[in-house]
Design a protein around this ligand. Structure first.
Ligand SMILES: C[S@@+](CC[C@H](N)C(=O)[O-])C[C@H]1O[C@@H](n2cnc3c(N)ncnc32)[C@H](O)[C@@H]1O
Length: 361
C-alpha cells in the first residue's frame, strides 16, 4: 500500500472544452474549473493498485483507500450520468450537467422529427465539432495537414453514420501523432461499424506512416451473455455493416491504401494469438466486455513500449469492471496499466510513458 502523500496523484482531464488530457498535477485544476462551471471531466487514478486503492466488494465501480492509508477517497464513476469523487474535505461532481440539459432539449423537441440517423448526426455536428479543437495540438503534422485532416473529418461526419464523438477521435489522434511510425507499426481498430472512425484514422495514418488494421465481425455486436445483459443495455446485433460497405466508405472518404481488413469474431481473430506486427495505438469499440477481453489478448503482447490502448466503451459497466480488474491484465504479462478516463465514454490505457518513468526516477 502506498503512502497517503502519494494518494492524491490523480490524473485530471479538466479543460472543459473537450477532452484534452491536460494533467495539472494534484487538484490544481479544480479551483480553476469550478468558477467557470467547467467541471473536471474525468478523474481516474493511474491504477487502483498504484494509487493504494481497493475495490469495495459488492459495489461495482466504487473504490476506497486501503486501511491505514490515512485518506478516504471514494470514487464513483461511469454510472449512468454522474461521476462523483470525495477525498477528505475535497469533493466534487464531475461534468455532464450542462450537457444533459441540452441533450434533454434535443431529445424532447428535435429528435422526434428527425428520422434518419445521418440527419441526426448532421444536426448534432455544430455542437460536437468543437471536440476537434485538440487537432491543433497534433505533433508531426504541418498546419496545412492539420487543416486538411479537420476538413476530411468533417466530410466523414457529414456522410458516414458513426458511433463516436469528435472529441473521442481527437484523443486517439493526439496519441498517434506523438511520433511518426517506425517500421511496420500500426493503429489497430477493433470494431468499425460503417467505417466512419476507420476512415478518419486512415487519413491520419497515411500522414504519419502507420498501417491501419481493422477487425470486425461485420455482423454487428456479438450476442451478449445473460450476465452482461443484466448489467447493461443489450447491444446484441447492433451496428452491423458489411465489409464491402466499409471498404467503399474508406475508399471514398479515407485512405484505403494503408488499411487491412480482418473479418471474424474477435474470439477467432484477435484472441487466437498476438497480432503479428507492432501496435502503436489500439482503439477498441465493440460494446461488450467479452469482445474487449478477446481483443486485449491479441493486442497487449504486441503493444510497443510507448503504445496506447483506447476503450471507447468506458461507459458500459461490464467493460469498466473488466478493465479495472487486475485479473484481466495479469495473464497478459505486462502488469497493471495506467487507466485514465479521457471523455464521457473513452479511457486511455498505457503501460509506459512519462508518469511511470517519473515514478521510477
Ligand atoms: C459501436 S460499433 C463500432 C463503432 C465505430 N468504431 C465508430 O466509431 O463508428 C461496434 C462494432 O464492433 C463489432 N463487434 C462487436 N463485437 C464483436 C466481436 N466479438 N467480434 C468482432 N466484432 C465485433 C460490431 O460488428 C460493430 O461493427
Amino acid at each position: 500500500m502506498q503512502s497517503p502523500v502519494e494518494l492524491p496523484r490523480i490524473q485530471f482531464a479538466c479543460c472543459g472544452f473537450g477532452s484534452s488530457p491536460i494533467c495539472l498535477g494534484t487538484c490544481v485544476c479544480y479551483p480553476v474549473a469550478r468558477p467557470l462551471r467547467r467541471h473536471c471531466r474525468a478523474v481516474q487514478p493511474f491504477s487502483w493498485h498504484q494509487a493504494g486503492l481497493e475495490r469495495l466488494p459488492g459495489r461495482e465501480g466504487t473504490v476506497r483507500a486501503g486501511a491505514g492509508s490515512g485518506a478516504r477517497p471514494m470514487l464513483n464513476y461511469g454510472r449512468a450520468h454522474q461521476d462523483n469523487i470525495t477525498w477528505g474535505a475535497f469533493s466534487m461532481k464531475t461534468k455532464r450537467r450542462k450537457n444533459s440539459r441540452i441533450r434533454a432539449l434535443y431529445v424532447r423537441y428535435l429528435r422526434p422529427y428527425i428520422r434518419q440517423d445521418i440527419d441526426r448526426q448532421r444536426i448534432k455536428l455544430p455542437y460536437f465539432v468543437l471536440g476537434y479543437w485538440p487537432l491543433i495540438l497534433l505533433k508531426n503534422l504541418s498546419p496545412l495537414d492539420k487543416l486538411r485532416l479537420f476538413w476530411r473529418f468533417l466530410v466523414i461526419d457529414w456522410f458516414i453514420v458513426h458511433a463516436h464523438r469528435p472529441s473521442e477521435i481527437s484523443v486517439v489522434c493526439r496519441a498517434l501523432s506523438e511520433r511518426r511510425a517506425q517500421a511496420g507499426e500500426a493503429l489497430l481498430e477493433a470494431g468499425c461499424f460503417n467505417g466512419g472512425s476507420s476512415a478518419k484514422f486512415s487519413v491520419l495514418c497515411s500522414m504519419l506512416g502507420y498501417r491501419l488494421s481493422i477487425y470486425d465481425s461485420f455482423e454487428g455486436v456479438e450476442e451478449l451473455s445473460p450476465e452482461e445483459k443484466s448489467e447493461s443495455y443489450d447491444f446484441s446485433g447492433e451496428y452491423a455493416a458489411s465489409e464491402e460497405l466499409v471498404r467503399e466508405n474508406i475508399m471514398r472518404y479515407g485512405e484505403i491504401s494503408v488499411c487491412s481488413f480482418h473479418k471474424g469474431w474477435f474470439a477467432d481473430t484477435l484472441a487466437r494469438t498476438r497480432v503479428p506486427y507492432p501496435v502503436r495505438v489500439a482503439y477498441i469499440d465493440c460494446d461488450v466486455a467479452k469482445g474487449t477481453r478477446e481483443a486485449l489478448h491479441g493486442i497487449v503482447p504486441a503493444l510497443v513500449h510507448d503504445g496506447w490502448i483506447f476503450s471507447q466503451d468506458f461507459h458500459i459497466t461490464p467493460v469498466v469492471n473488466l478493465l479495472l480488474d487486475e485479473g484481466t491484465w495479469m495473464p497478459l504479462g505486462k502488469g497493471m496499466p495506467i487507466i485514465s478516463k479521457l471523455g464521457e465514454q473513452i479511457a486511455g490505457i498505457r503501460f509506459g510513458g512519462p508518469l511511470i518513468a517519473e515514478e521510477a526516477a
